[in-house]
Design a protein around this ligand. Structure first.
Ligand code: KG4
Ligand code: ZN
Length: 339
């Protein structure tokens, strides 16, 4: 291992402006500014996200350096999320990071956001042993990834349409809940009966997913029930949330079980925003003994978007000299960096 490596990592792929300092693989600061503006619009407005990133990036980076008790002259590299994500949002972080690296005459590191979600498991103990399967579930992605090493990952299943986080947010929107609705569904679901209502599950081949069917079924279900009773949602919110969450988790778990059977891998991790979901976390804990799995569930603070996960990914990339040059551009549909 290279000694005394200090890296600043910047995350601007979506609607959080975040910065983190990692020294020799240990996180020394993890600053996140969540952009509140989007809740007014019921979803992320890309242009507003870019503008907010521009306003927030300097104070967020300064705070990350201060909290780690270092100055920019202590840095050995500057890392940034190169993709996937919103182009305009990624541009703010990548331009800032490359400029800072150039000014300091140190390398820049372009990190894949989905790989960073997975590598967040190496921020704190216990670390999963290789190989493991990671179900990465976020607002933009739903993937089953076979992880053979820090930088050796293969997507073996993914969604054909909506991401599961999107399905959570869209059903919440239909219920009149504010954006992002995923955490609210989770909250009400804890108080309801998961078997109160049934939604048809669409069969999808191999390890892939589809969430558009359940979204449509849910929309028609609400139309029908609210036509019969104006107060249907208000009177049954907990049961509705518990039932829809139960169905979404079922879809995820079915494919996770299949992936474990197909690969023979029993180390199972989850990552991404939806891995904060208590229903999903509890289901995995229950399955652990039944299926002889070893499960790895990230701390809440590392589930949703953050820069600490970008920092740990950059730490592993630095060890292998995986740097980008000044011409590197954001890649909205970026593939994994394997080495
Ligand atoms: O990973 P993330 O922060 O951003 C992306 O990379 O997309 O994931 C955000 C997604 C949103 O769809 C949000 O509603 C969902 O994660 N989410 C949850 C929970 N917390 C965040 N969904 C269900 N239950 C939660 N507790
Ligand atoms: Zn994310």
């Amino acid at each position: 291992l290279k000694p005394n490596i200090t890296i600043l990592a910047i995350e601007t792929s979506c609607d959080e402006t975040a910065a983190s300092v990692i020294i020799n693989g240990k996180i020394h600061s993890n600053i996140i500014a969540t952009q509140e503006i989007h809740s007014l619009y019921g979803g992320i407005v890309p242009e507003l996200a870019s503008r907010a990133h521009q306003q927030l990036i300097v104070p967020v980076v300064n705070k990350a350096l201060n909290q780690a008790n270092i100055t920019k002259y202590d840095l050995n590299a500057v890392a940034f999320t190169q993709g996937p994500g919103l182009l305009g949002a990624l541009l703010v972080g990548s331009s800032f990071a490359k400029s800072l690296a150039y000014g300091l005459n140190i390398p820049a590191i372009g990190v894949n956001h989905m790989q960073a979600h997975i590598l967040s498991h190496f921020i704190a103990d216990p670390n999963p042993q290789f190989p493991f399967i990671c179900l990465t579930v976020s607002g933009g992605h739903t993937q089953i990834v076979l992880v053979r090493d820090y930088l050796n990952m293969e997507i073996i299943g993914q969604t054909n349409d909506d991401a599961v986080g999107e399905a959570f947010d869209k059903t919440a929107k239909l219920l009149g809940l504010p954006y992002p609705g995923g955490p609210l569904i989770d909250k009400y679901a804890a108080l309801g009966n998961p078997l109160a209502y049934k939604f048809p599950l669409v069969e999808v081949a191999n390890l892939d997913f589809s969430f558009s069917g359940i979204k449509t079924a849910f929309m028609y279900f609400l139309k029908k029930e609210t036509a019969a009773n104006n107060n249907f949602i208000a009177e049954n919110l907990n049961d509705i949330c518990a039932s829809v969450q139960h169905s979404l988790i079922n879809i995820l778990i079915k494919k996770l079980v299949k992936a474990s059977e197909m690969t023979g891998v029993k180390n199972i991790a989850i990552a991404g925003g939806v891995s904060a979901n208590k229903g999903l976390r509890n289901t995995l804990v229950q399955l652990q003994a039944e299926l002889n799995w070893k499960i790895f569930i990230p701390e809440f603070q590392y589930c949703t978007d953050n820069a600490a996960m970008v920092a740990i990914a950059a730490h592993f990339m630095y060890q292998k000299n995986i740097f980008v040059d000044l011409e590197a551009v954001p890649i909205p549909n970026m593939a994994f960096v394997n080495a």
